[in-house]
Design a protein around this ligand. Sequence first.
Ligand code: SAM
Length: 255
Amino acid sequence: MPEAYDRHLVPVFFRPFAADLAARAAALRPRTVLELAAGTGALTSALLTAAPTASVVASDLNEAMVAAGSALEPRASWQQADAQDLPFEDGRFDLVVCQFGVMFFPDRPAAYAQVRRVLAPRGRFLFNSWGPLATHGFAAAFQDALEETLPGRAPAFLGDVPHGYTDPALVASDLAAAGLTLGSADEVTLDGVAASAGSVATGFLTGTPVGATLEAWDDAQSIRASVTQKMTDRLGTGPVTAAMTATVYTAHDQE
Ligand SMILES: C[S@@+](CC[C@H](N)C(=O)[O-])C[C@H]1O[C@@H](n2cnc3c(N)ncnc32)[C@H](O)[C@@H]1O
């Protein structure tokens, strides 16, 4: 999954937002940074380019992501870590960053309490989360193709998880439950540019849990072919550009 994720999804979805988040992080002039849910290192690399003197620890729950990320971005120090149970001492980092990871944490107040614990006094937490499914041109087209192919049995993962934590009021309340104060919530819309709709369909079908779910079904191969064709019907053949919306949050200790 990390290889397919990095090849098909990172350049289109994650690199544009990594540049945005890295510029915001560099403006804070951090010396010690912890990245949560770093995946294959899209933000890690952008961050080390924007803030080359920062010491960056990149972490992820998934060992395979850590292995792929550490090979792709060796300037960071990589470590396997569950955001809800961080293996770092209190007050070690002046910035904690997380790109499109918080939606996956089953207990977000617990993860935010860990962020608060490892932040130094006056430290900052900077992270982003996708907007609703309809505000992501590629994910919406993929989900439509999936539902047309699998009426009544299409996996709801994309809407429920990556695009299911979209309300800034809920984010503020989860942060407050952990003793953090929401500083800002900025809606950001950027363009994703893909070589073809088919390559993005392949990314969703091989680099996300949707693909893993379908893999177990008897008719997986024909489902994949149908979804790829229907997504191409929607977005056209050849290179495709689509708008993607996220919210970028900052938070700090209540004290
Ligand atoms: C959509 S990917 C984002 C990866 C990366 N930040 C990027 O921008 O490409 C979500 C990542 O969250 C990680 N993740 C899921 N649950 C986690 C947890 N409880 N603690 C840490 N990482 C987690 C996954 O392993 C995955 O790499």
